[in-house]
Each structure stands twice: as C-alpha cells, then as structure tokens.
Design a protein around this ligand. Structure first.
Ligand SMILES: Nc1ncnc2c1ncn2[C@@H]1O[C@H](COP(=O)(O)OP(=O)(O)OP(=O)(O)O)[C@@H](O)[C@H]1O
Ligand SMILES: [Mg+2]
Length: 237
C-alpha cells in the first residue's frame, strides 16, 4: 500500500558562512528524508550533527541554502504561511511563552495565535492541562515554574493547535522519569488519532526505541544510508 508523504527533503543543504574560528560550517549536506503520515520518525545523531538545523528549516524558521523541503507537499520556502498552520514545534530547554503570563494565560494566548475557536481552545487546553498535570500551576506565572514544569507548558503549547505535523526537538529534556513517560504516552495516543506525523530528535536511545516507527541517523550534516527500524526489520532507503 502506498503511504502519503508528510515530510520530504531532497538534497537539502545548509551552510553557515564565516563563523569565527570555524569559517564556513556545512550544517546539512545533501540530506534526503522521507517521513510518512501516521509515523513517528526519530532523528538521532551526536551534538552538532545538524538535527536542529533540519527541524528549523522544516518549521520555516531557517532558509535552506540548497535543495528542497516539503511539508504535506508544500514548499518551506514558497509556501511558509500555509505550512505554519499545519505544524508545531517543541524544543527542549526552550523558554515557553511569556514569563509574566500564567500557565493558563500563556496557553490561551497561543491558542488564539493559532486562531482556534473559543470552545475548541477551552476543551483542548483543559485536556492538555489534565494530560500534562498542570492543574496546580494554572495561575502560576511561567517565570516562576521549575524547569520540568516549564517544559510541560512548552509541550502543552506544542499540542494546542492539534497540528498535523509535530516537531519535537529533545522534548523530554528536563523532565523527570515519570513526566517523560507520560509525554511518551501522550505522543503515542495522539498519533493514533490519525493523520498525524511526528519528527523527533532525542539523545535517549530508550526513548527512540519506545516511540519511533523508524529511526534515521545524521552525522556531520549527512544522513547515513541505512535506517534502523526499531520494531521492524532494518532496511535501506
Ligand atoms: N545560527 C548558527 N550559526 C552558525 N552555526 C550554526 C548555527 N546553528 C547551528 N550551527 C552549526 O551547525 C551545526 C549543526 O548544529 P545543530 O544545532 O543543527 O546540531 P544538533 O544535531 O541539533 O546538535 P545537538 O544534539 O547538540 O542539539 C553545528 O556545527 C552548529 O555549530
Ligand atoms: Mg539540537
């Protein structure tokens, strides 16, 4: 059965020019990637391999130097506004939203940036607050949250618009063991709702093993030719 492509890159390159002490840095070098609908794809690789750079390009936050990147068939350079409606990004260690706003206010604010209707936003926020156990912190200012609770808020923000494609860049950074497990369950349940795709980076092998349908390796900006399927036989693509 032919599956629909959700994320596709062809010969993707990204150069950072004139970096002091380094010269030109090739962060991505001819990267080809295919991720399908209903799939959780894990991107693994050492520090500085190019994972975040790839995600930033796919999220339309950074332009590619060369090559092509498509989300649901839309081009990241030419059709960025359409893509932004379909996606969301959660990065580990990121400051989620505005420090002076409470958890509740931050989630409401982001729901409105996504143009969600009042009823949909209320339901969605209530569900996420429950799933990520943020109930006791609804009226706490974001700046007063601990690292792990900031990351929970960050995750709630990432799911708030129920995106078609979710990018998770080290999503369990700073989470305790139980919270990390809860997040993995949330991601697994969410993907079952259908028509969703997750591209995940992590340094935790167990996390990739538990969550991902397929795993790709990237090193020094290059994709390795083989792809390890965690629950299925290895294959080359
Ligand atoms: N804005 C930037 N300016 C200059 N160089 C950059 C920039 N962003 C990334 N790089 C360089 O590009 C390369 C890839 O970085 P990237 O952040 O994509 O790696 P990563 O795989 O996400 O690493 P990590 O596992 O540490 O998060 C590195 O050499 C990095 O120094
Ligand atoms: Mg990174």
């Amino acid at each position: 059965m032919k599956r629909d492509l959700s994320i596709e890159t062809k010969g993707l390159r990204r150069l950072f020019k004139g970096i002091p002490g380094k010269g030109d840095v090739i962060a991505l070098d001819q990267v080809d990637l295919e991720v399908y609908d209903d799939e959780i794809f894990g991107l693994l690789g050492p520090n500085g391999a190019g994972k975040t750079t790839l995600i930033k390009i796919l999220c339309t936050l950074l332009l590619p130097t060369q090559g092509e990147a498509l989300i649901k068939g839309l081009d990241v350079v030419k059709q960025a506004p359409q893509i932004r409606r379909l996606i969301n990004l959660v990065s580990g260690g990121e400051t989620p939203g505005y420090g002076i706003l409470s958890v509740k206010e931050n989630l409401w604010f982001f729901s409105q940036l996504y143009g969600l209707s009042r009823d949909f936003a209320k339901d969605r926020i209530a569900k996420l607050v429950d799933q990520l156990e943020l109930q006791d912190y609804l009226n706490t200012r974001m700046s007063k949250l601990s690292t792990g609770y900031k990351q929970r808020l960050n995750l709630a923000r990432g799911f708030v618009n129920d995106p078609a494609v979710l990018f998770l860049d080290e999503p369990t950074l700073g989470l305790d063991v139980l919270s990390a497990r809860r997040l993995r369950t949330l991601v697994q349940d969410w993907i079952k709702s259908g028509g969703k795709t997750v591209l995940l980076t992590t340094h935790y092998m167990a996390e990739a093993d538990q969550l991902c349908d397929r795993v790709g390796i990237i090193n020094r900006g290059k994709r390795s030719s083989s792809c390890l399927r965690t629950s299925l036989p290895c294959r080359t693509f």
